[in-house]
Design a protein around this ligand. Structure first.
Ligand SMILES: Cc1cc2nc3c(=O)[nH]c(=O)nc-3n(C[C@H](O)[C@H](O)[C@H](O)COP(=O)(O)OP(=O)(O)OC[C@H]3O[C@@H](n4cnc5c(N)ncnc54)[C@H](O)[C@@H]3O)c2cc1C
Length: 540
């Protein structure tokens, strides 16, 4: 019997089953060019179906009809594997949870909120606005409005609002274990009040901390997540510090580290971006979509001149009461004394004049300035927890966007993208060697070296290097794969270790014989002896 037929006997009438072809069509693409066979998919509308399917998967696990479930929330893990199964060794069924999209709890006083897997950034914004709770920030990411809150937190993703580390803001979760039992924390189990408010309010529970094992793993199917929303403070400002020379990098790193140290909790994470990365936000690829070569130095200089892009740009934000923001702004200005960098605050006169000029000019004029102001304003919205698509055009650097649709979807549009996302110590010498490594390796594989350093503490930074390529060009795909492999292997030698990996890198790099991954294997064996959930995801 085909898997979709088996599934049709156990799901409820509300759930939707996709055949092999339909499932392959809906989930089989991605930005990475990875190939996986998908046998079927179930779009879950009824939560109670999940334990039924798990039961069936266990029952059939040693038979010819065996299958493995791969849950996704919105399935847009672009650059890391999109919605594809981690492994290709057993028939895979995608469990699409995107229709489970309710906010099941919200306390407008504390900002504590419980969401189901299908709640996206946009849906959460809409929910909060509808509840008159505009004062709370959505934990946005660059992946845009249509991406889920749960999938991102389970990948331990990062954003740029003050609660930068999205899993850090999570207080509790509930999940179906592979045997079909519902997991909840020990606090929840002990609480006899009929409510789980205490569990929702306290991250560490009681006894061994187990909620975390559901992140970057394949130990269960998470059905709800409770986290604290950050309230938008009364005061806000964003700052842009522009360094002209590439050799100013070291000064910029010291500056970022000092600002983060001085203003922990007031300044959100700070991005430090190189010229090529900022050009990609301001201009189209001068070599056109489908190209497989990096910009020449002349092209970079020309575009920098046209769009006024410096060698290094720092972008950060200050949150607090108006007086705190003003004090932090003054401290930052003081710290900038003697440095050769242009300083722009979004609250300042320069931006005000720019906005005004653009608003007053006819549409046909100031198009470059209009794009700059629009990009800036969308970036500011992101910092305020209002999701938008400002970061998504990046994926189209070497791929044309579908003309007949407005929104961006890099997987649908067959954009080629891998992320190289290593952690770096906040040390200017190490960071310079990282920059040089990325430039050398990317260029040698015809990949544009675009550098972003997301500095989330004064001692650690997470870099995200987009490896962008034309997915329709087999040579470009090969080069991109080799590029990521070399970045990872060279980086490890220098102490730059990824915080997150694509599904293929997980298979290549995680050594099942090591003590750590051996333990992960043992936990998996105990929790999921038949291997029915997310087999192969992060060593599981
Ligand atoms: C231009 C661009 C910018 C980006 N910017 C960022 C950024 O700023 N920060 C960032 O973190 N990422 C970023 N990303 C990467 C990625 O697209 C996002 O992290 C995205 O949120 C992940 O996709 P998703 O939310 O659809 O998660 P999903 O694809 O639904 O989930 C990811 C994985 O988690 C597991 N999973 C999901 N839901 C469940 C569940 N309910 N139970 C058990 N397991 C589950 C599955 O294994 C799944 O494959 C960016 C991508 C692009 C293209």
């Amino acid at each position: 019997m085909s898997i979709d037929l088996i599934l049709s006997e156990i799901v409820s009438k509300d759930d939707i089953i996709l055949s092999q072809d339909q499932a392959q069509e809906k989930f089989g693409g991605g930005t990475e060019g990875f190939k996986r066979d998908i046998s079927a998919a179930v779009i879950i509308n009824n939560l109670n179906t999940i334990p039924q399917i798990l039961k069936k998967a266990n029952e059939l696990s040693k038979s010819k009809d065996e299958f493995v479930l791969y849950p996704v929330s919105s399935g847009k893990n672009w650059g890391y594997g999109s919605a594809l199964p981690a492994l290709d060794i057993k028939p895979a069924v995608i469990l699409d949870l995107s229709n489970l999209n309710k906010v099941t709890y919200f306390d407008a006083k504390t900002g504590i909120i419980t969401v189901q897997p299908g709640v996206t950034q946009a849906a959460l914004r809409e929910y909060l606005d509808g509840k008159g709770a505009k004062n709370f920030m959505v934990p946005v990411t660059g992946a845009g409005p249509m991406c889920s809150i749960i999938g991102n937190a389970l990948e331990r993703g990062y954003g740029i609002t003050p609660y930068t580390d999205h899993f850090a803001a999570v207080n509790s979760l509930k999940a179906y274990l592979p045997d079909g039992q519902l997991y909840q924390s020990a606090l929840c189990e002990l609480d006899q009040s009929g409510s789980d408010i205490i569990d929702k309010s306290f991250k560490w529970g009681l006894g061994p901390y187990l909620d975390g094992i559901f992140t970057q793993s394949g130990f269960g199917i998470v059905t709800e997540l409770t986290f604290t929303l950050k309230e938008k403070p009364e005061g806000f400002d964003s700052f842009y510090l522009r360094f002209k020379q590439d050799s100013d990098f070291e000064q910029a790193v010291d500056l970022v580290s000092d600002i983060l140290k001085m203003h922990e909790g007031i300044v959100g994470s700070i991005n430090l971006m190189d010229r090529r990365r900022v050009i990609s936000m301001m201009a189209d690829n001068p070599n056109g979509p489908g190209s497989h070569k990096v910009m020449s130095q002349e092209q970079v200089e020309q575009l920098s001149k046209e769009h006024d892009v410096p060698a290094w740009t720092i972008a950060g934000s200050i949150y607090g009461t108006k007086r705190v923001v003003a004090a932090a702004r003054n401290d930052i200005k003081k710290r900038l004394r003697g440095l050769k960098c242009q300083t722009i605050f979004s609250s300042g006169l320069l931006i005000w004049i720019g906005r005004r000029a653009v608003n007053l000019a006819p549409d046909s004029l100031l198009s470059r300035e209009r794009r700059m102001i629009q990009t800036l304003d969308m970036g500011i919205d992101i910092m305020k927890g209002i999701p938008n698509e400002v970061a998504l055009p990046l994926c189209y650097w070497r791929t044309a966007k579908s003309k007949d649709v407005e929104n961006y979807n890099p997987a649908r549009d067959k954009c080629g993208l891998f992320w190289y996302a290593p952690l770096l110590p906040m040390d200017k010498i190490k960071m310079r060697s990282f920059v040089e490594m990325v430039r050398k390796i990317c260029t040698s594989h015809n990949i544009e070296p675009m550098i972003t350093l997301t500095n989330f503490s004064h001692h650690c930074s997470d870099s995200t290097i987009p490896v962008l390529f034309d997915l329709s060009n087999p040579q470009a795909l090969k080069d991109a794969e080799n590029c990521v492999d070399e970045l990872v292997s060279q980086g490890r030698k220098l102490g730059f270790v990824p915080y997150r990996m694509s599904i293929n890198q997980q298979q290549k790099l995680l050594d099942k014989q090591s003590v750590f991954w051996g333990l992960v294997g043992n936990i998996k064996q105990t929790m999921d002896p038949n291997g029915v959930v997310s087999l192969g995801r992060y060593g599981a």
